[in-house]
Design a protein around this ligand. Structure first.
Ligand SMILES: C[C@H]1O[C@H](OP(=O)(O)OP(=O)(O)OC[C@H]2O[C@@H](n3cnc4c(=O)[nH]c(N)nc43)[C@H](O)[C@@H]2O)[C@@H](O)[C@@H](O)C1=O
Length: 316
């Protein structure tokens, strides 16, 4: 069983690779020449890396022709919401063109590969209180260029299944975190600031943005098991929420992180961390996914946050 992971050097990609190796799969991953390798350096003897620029159709075609994978986990993306305001066209081009190139290559070579695509709860955007927990049938009211790029990826998945019969499973993942989470994302950012303060590298002031937003967090290790199950048991063409079903305000998440540290910290709002529009609440109903695959999250949020702090404490 050969599995191709796009974006293997990223946060989710590295956990996906570890999971796939435990399943006994042959793992091939795409990287770009500027990809950082620190998340996968411990895996290099067990995986194969291929340079591929997903925005370039020829690069993708030649990869798919050479590798002909059985499973594709399409995780490569520009995934930080604020970046999508600074350069909306880059996010849209990266995320949408990259996926179209992948689908086109699979279609042209008549590959029977099963493809998981990483859609996002950001697609739901503005959610009314009576609409939570959010089901797959909820209207999409996207609030950022990133969200728009994910709506496009999601519906392209639907369209390529209906038009050409591609085996695409659309996972709509709510917030996820854990060791190796990029330091710009809120859980990791706060954890790293706490560790920098613990190590005396910065004054005891923790900078924050909007603490009122509510998010539904799942551990990345539960998420990648979900992606595997999506291809094992999910229906092609369908979309599935992957979520824990519990949400916390960002303030509550911060309190939890602070409770795992001994340092005294002052919390200060940094206006540059506020967004033009922020999704107020994301709380997911993953009953459809649980029924289709038997998936359920196993790692409690407290452990995820402790592991994340430990990750930053172990960094040089
Ligand atoms: C599902 C979805 O999940 C993620 O998108 P996100 O929810 O924007 O993630 P985040 O960690 O940047 O922000 C979470 C919340 O936390 C608030 N917040 C407060 N203070 C800070 C702060 O200082 N930094 C950041 N980054 N956020 C802050 C911020 O305003 C927002 O309300 C991505 O994986 C995305 O790829 C994805 O698909």
């Amino acid at each position: 069983m050969k599995a191709l992971v796009t974006g293997i050097s990223g946060f989710v990609g590295s956990h996906m690779a570890e999971f796939l190796l435990r399943q006994g799969a042959e793992v091939v991953g795409t990287i770009r020449n500027r990809s950082r390798m620190d998340h996968i350096s411990h895996l290099l003897k067990d995986i194969r890396l291929e340079e591929c620029e997903l925005r370039d159709p020829f690069s993708v075609e030649s990869l798919i022709d050479r590798e002909r994978p059985d499973l594709i986990f399409h995780l490569a993306a520009q995934s930080f919401v604020p970046t999508s305001w600074n350069s909306p066209i880059d996010t849209i081009h990266n995320n949408v063109a990259g996926q179209v190139n992948l689908f086109e290559a699979v279609r042209r070579f008549g590959l029977k590969a099963k493809i998981q695509i990483a859609c996002s709860s950001e697609e739901y955007g503005q959610v009314e209180p009576e609409e939570t927990p959010i089901k797959e049938t909820n209207p999409l009211r996207p609030l950022s260029p990133y969200a728009i790029s994910k709506v496009a990826q999601d519906y392209l998945g639907y369209q390529y299944h209906r038009s050409y019969g591609l085996h695409v499973v659309r996972t709509i993942t709510f917030n996820h975190t854990g060791p190796r989470r990029g330091e710009q994302f809120v859980t990791s950012n706060f954890a790293k600031q706490i560790v920098d303060i613990e190590k005396g590298r910065k004054p005891p002031v923790l900078h924050v943005g909007n603490l009122q937003a509510k998010r539904d967090f799942t551990d990345v290790r539960d998420v990648v098991r979900g992606y595997w199950l999506a291809l094992e048991k999910g229906q092609p063409g369908e979309n599935y929420n992957i979520a824990s079903g519990t949400c916390y305000t960002i303030a509550e998440m911060l309190e939890m992180l602070l409770s795992f540290s001994d340092v005294r910290i002052e919390v200060k709002t940094d206006p540059s961390r506020l967004r033009p529009s922020d999704v107020e609440i994301l709380l997911g109903d993953s009953a459809k996914f649980r029924a289709a695959t038997g998936w359920q999250p196993e790692i409690p949020f407290e452990r995820t946050l402790k592991d994340l702090l430990q990750y930053w404490r172990s960094q040089p």
